[in-house]
Design a protein around this ligand. Structure first.
Ligand code: S3P
Length: 425
């Protein structure tokens, strides 16, 4: 689907509720499927990726019902059954990496497959530690499909070279069903939704600095309302900051500190963003943001903050084209392993629009402020975050742009454009 985007409105004004967090939605279905009893998950994400996870657990014999479109009822006996055929993770790295940790310790064999983009993404990062635990995972060049033979695993004490919530969660989920204490230590803290939810469900799990330890545990069912996704809110925050006279209120934004790196950076860039209220639901902070058009200045993004804003870098690059001075993003080589190579993809496509942006091995350098001209076609590279970032860029281009294969947006945010339309005045 090709999407035409142009600034055919004056400004952004109004209030929207941000849809459910993708990472938390995956985890709620996975952990509830391992629990003993009936779990209720309200405001479950309508994105394709969490649906892939849900369908996999149905194939693994878990009784899952969806009522009123977004409430998921899971009746689990903490036992998975051998799947009738291969398990399709679609575009979702979170599904493949987290679920591998569970399948590796089952009494049956299974095969995980993915789409063209996922089949190119590195799986060595989970195959290596799981193999150290005694897992048997066959693959070609450490890529999907993953052929997993169920084994009894041993605990490990593992140091990951990279901060990755997917790797951390994979090992914790393997450790959850393994006798003894499994520990994982990461160089910087990645998102901690797994630790929060497993603890909430009664797992024997402890965190200390950047280390997390887990021992074999039974999980109690959960009753949870999923908060909004700050990674989805990011596009509205960015658009309001760069479209003159905008003022938007974003309700139900997840504010877990391991996810709010973009807000910290925006403060340094001079953004006018206020947190109007904040509450905690099942251990996750959530609140209301007010965002107003602002004169932004450049910033440097590197080191420990990278995992706290990793998914927001494409949209931060768009913002940086509208900030005064040189923005430097480094230590972000991990972006090359996402749904697309997000360094090359962002630089190539924003250049087409007229941005002064340059690729580096581990990030990018953006000189602002530049007018974006548009009047061209841009590509989405099987990547929802590229599609949404380019849409926001299109809103400030002087001439219309055409975004090819805009449907990738459905991976995390099917109502993306509808919500934007409600703010356009
Ligand atoms: C995710 C973790 C992140 C993030 C991805 C979702 C998760 O990946 O990029 O979109 O839900 O655990 P890594 O932590 O593996 O970099």
């Amino acid at each position: 689907m090709q999407k035409k985007v142009s600034k055919n409105f004056k400004t952004l004004n109004g209030e929207i509720t941000i849809p459910a967090d993708k990472s938390i939605s995956h985890r709620a279905v996975i952990f509830a499927s391992l629990a003993d009893g009936i779990s209720t998950i309200r405001n479950f994400s309508d994105g394709q990726d969490p649906k892939s996870t849900l369908n996999i657990f149905r194939k693994l014999g878990v009784d899952i019902d969806i009522i009123n479109k977004s409430t998921v009822i899971i009746n689990s006996k903490s036992k998975l059954l051998p799947p009738p055929n291969s398990l399709d993770c679609g575009n979702s790295g979170t599904s493949m990496r987290l679920i591998s940790g569970i399948l590796a310790r089952q009494k049956f064999d299974s095969i995980l497959i993915g789409d063209q983009s996922l089949s190119k993404r590195p799986m060595k990062r989970i195959i290596e530690p799981l193999t150290l635990m005694g897992a048997d995972i066959q693959s070609k060049n450490n890529n999907a499909p993953l052929i997993i033979k169920g084994k009894t695993l041993q605990p490990i004490n593992y140091k990951t070279p990279k901060a990755s919530a997917q790797v951390k969660s994979c090992i914790l989920l393997a450790g959850l069903g393994t006798e003894g204490k499994t520990t994982i230590t990461e160089p910087y803290l990645s998102r901690n939704h797994t630790e929060i939810m497993l603890k909430y469900m009664g797992a024997d799990i402890q965190t200390e600095g950047n280390s997390v330890s887990i021992s074999k545990s039974k999980l109690s069912p959960i009753d949870i309302e999923i908060c909004g996704d700050i990674s989805s809110a990011a596009y509205f925050i960015a658009a309001a900051l760069i479209i003159p006279d905008s003022k938007v209120i974003l309700k139900n934004v997840g504010l877990n500190p391991t996810r709010t790196g973009m807000l910290d950076i925006l403060k340094q860039m001079g953004a006018d963003i206020k947190i109007l209220d904040e509450i905690e639901i099942c251990g996750e902070k959530t609140g209301t943001l007010e965002v107003k058009y602002s004169n932004l200045k450049c910033c440097e993004i590197s080191g420990e903050i990278i995992p706290r804003l990793i998914d927001e870098i494409p949209i931060i690059a768009v913002l940086a084209t509208q900030a005064q001075g040189q923005t430097i993003i480094k230590d972000a080589q991990e972006l090359r392993n996402k749904e697309s190579d997000r360094i090359t993809a962002v630089v190539t496509e924003l250049r087409k629009l007229g941005a002064d942006i340059e690729e580096t091995p581990d990030g990018m350098i953006i000189n602002g402020k530049t007018d974006l001209f548009g009047d061209c076609e841009v590509e989405t590279y099987h990547d929802h975050r590229l599609a949404m970032s380019l849409y926001v860029a299109g809103l400030i281009c002087k001439k219309e742009i055409l975004i090819n294969r805009f449907q990738w947006v459905n991976i995390s945010f099917p109502k993306f454009e509808k919500l934007f339309d409600t703010l356009k005045v």
